[in-house]
Design a protein around this ligand. Structure first.
Ligand code: GLN
Length: 491
């Protein structure tokens, strides 16, 4: 038994075989059945979504032109601003925040005809690797409810894995799309920095953040990317550069694949079962005629330290705006205005966010700036240079997305350093700005998914997705469905 893909849903709506209303009914039923177990949503509006589905059906029946995602139900991470409903970032400080505008990607999805059913759970302000740092409580992994779905875009990954929707959006600052995709057995893409506008994405680490899609196969991810990528003058870091036809690229013949493999991705701390699954995936490429080339990323050993300095420094600056005046929660009875700032932030932010604000403020303080922040920026350049060099030899670099399969809920929550170390294989792509995708490539003996990460040169998403697609043509890991997703429909 499989779940419908985004492309299938889109096609049946377009051909009027199954209406947008029927698909929306199916989606809302799945939310009712699965949400009590998964806790993957922050908010949704079934009436609004059903009304939009009705309009989509009407338009199609009348033969009016519709967009490439007409009537398709989607979910988005709750750090993307929407002019409807709330945008909470899973923080008490934004519990009642209603954004005055739509994020660029939300506008684009609307223009394409997609229906945003609701907003998914995340680690507060996208800070975390397990979705346990949410003020709304943790999301659970559909493959095993005692395990985390990964983070920070855990809700977006879990809902796709459980077949609540066939596609969703997340954000990735240091792995928050690829790692949850890996933990939940779905495909997740972090595009090149500058490929997708960040306008309306609540900022965490502005020089690292990118928005990207989740789906169950590479074709659906390409379809979503095609509908969110491109220039937007409202994000000055969004690059003016033509958007390739990602879907057409998937069907072009692949000549001479060079698959880069870096020792640095197979070091200490890598779970042996994850290693075995990744090595088997490399064999699939070898059997497909690819040349496997060794590449070196000598500065990767500094990536976690470098990332957690830069990300926290940027976060401490970005989060200064939540002061009880400009946005969000304000304390009830402040003694004076200083107390108003302090108490509002004290009450509004969770522990991990406070830890990062303190770390970042420290790294940026005069006297420590040169030793920490500036040094980290220099290391970042070295990491970027490593990738540039490696991509002279290889089309893509493959390795694990995470050193371990999904951890248990509570397992690392009191050990921030152990939690940070789970990001070891993902943060360097953000530091270098290169795109990365995680595709399902096997299971641990405990039945938890393993993700294969592929990273490519800047703006080479077309080739990256083409090579990831080649893997899916030769394997069927991406068609596996967690039992929970089948139980509910009695299938
Ligand atoms: N786990 C990383 C962090 O906590 C990455 C989060 C993300 O990509 N948003 O910063």
């Amino acid at each position: 038994m499989t779940l419908p893909t985004l492309t299938e849903i889109r096609d049946t709506i377009r051909s009027r075989t199954t209406g947008a209303r029927e698909w929306m009914g199916y989606t809302l039923e799945r939310i009712d059945a699965l949400e009590p177990k998964l806790h993957a949503l922050v908010s949704y509006d079934g009436d609004r979504a059903m009304e939009q589905a009705r309009l989509a059906d009407e338009r199609i029946a009348a033969g009016q032109p519709v967009g490439p995602l007409a009537g398709v139900p989607l979910l988005i991470k709750d750090n993307l601003c929407t002019s409807f409903g709330r945008t909470t970032c899973a923080s008490r400080i934004l519990a009642n925040f209603e954004a005055p505008y739509d994020a660029h990607v939300v506008e684009r999805l609307h223009r394409a005809g997609a229906i945003i059913v609701g907003k998914t759970n995340l680690d507060e302000f996208a800070m975390g690797s397990s979705t346990e740092n949410s003020a709304h409580g943790p999301t659970r992994n559909p493959w095993n409810l005692d395990h985390v779905p990964g983070g920070s875009s855990g809700g977006s990954a879990a809902t796709v894995a459980a077949g609540v929707v066939a596609g969703s959006l997340g954000s990735d600052t240091g792995g928050s799309i690829r790692q949850p995709a890996s933990f939940c057995g779905v495909v997740g893409l972090k595009p090149t920095y500058g490929r997708v506008s960040r306008y309306g994405l609540v900022a965490y680490g502005s020089s690292l953040d990118q928005i990207g899609p989740f789906a169950r196969d590479v074709r659906d991810v390409a379809l979503l990317l095609a509908n969110i990528a491109g220039h937007d003058p409202r994000d000055s870091t969004c690059v003016k550069r033509p958007v390739p036809d990602y879907l057409a690229a998937l069907d072009t013949p692949l000549a001479g694949m060079h698959i880069g493999v870096a020792d640095e991705y197979f070091g200490e701390g890598l779970d042996p079962e994850v290693r075995a699954a990744i090595e088997a995936a490399i064999d699939v490429y070898r059997a497909a005629g690819a040349r496997i080339v060794p590449v070196h990323l000598p500065h990767m050993k500094y990536a976690i330290a470098c990332y957690y300095l830069i990300a926290t420094a940027e976060a401490s600056s970005n989060l200064a705006r939540y002061d009880g005046v400009h946005y969000g929660h304000r304390t009830a009875k402040p003694r004076d205005y200083i107390d108003m700032y302090c108490a509002s932030r004290q009450e509004g932010f969770g522990d991990e966010v406070k830890r990062r604000i303190m770390l970042g403020t420290y790294a940026l303080s005069s006297g420590y700036y040169d030793a920490y922040y500036l040094k980290a920026l220099k290391v970042r350049t070295l990491i970027r240079n490593d990738f540039e060099k490696a991509f002279k030899e290889a089309d893509v670099i493959v390795g694990p997305a995470s050193p371990v399969p999904a951890i248990r809920i509570g397992e690392r929550i009191n050990d921030p350093l152990a939690m940070y170390l789970m990001d070891i294989y993902t943060v360097s792509a953000n530091l270098a700005g290169v795109p990365g995708v995680s595709v399902p490539c096997g299971f641990s003996s405990a039945g938890l998914p393993v993700g294969l990460q592929l990273m490519g040169p800047h703006f080479a998403e077309d080739r990256l997705l083409r090579i990831a697609h080649e893997y899916q043509l030769r394997t069927d890991w991406h068609t596996r469905v967690p039992p929970i997703a089948l139980e509910m429909s009695g299938q």
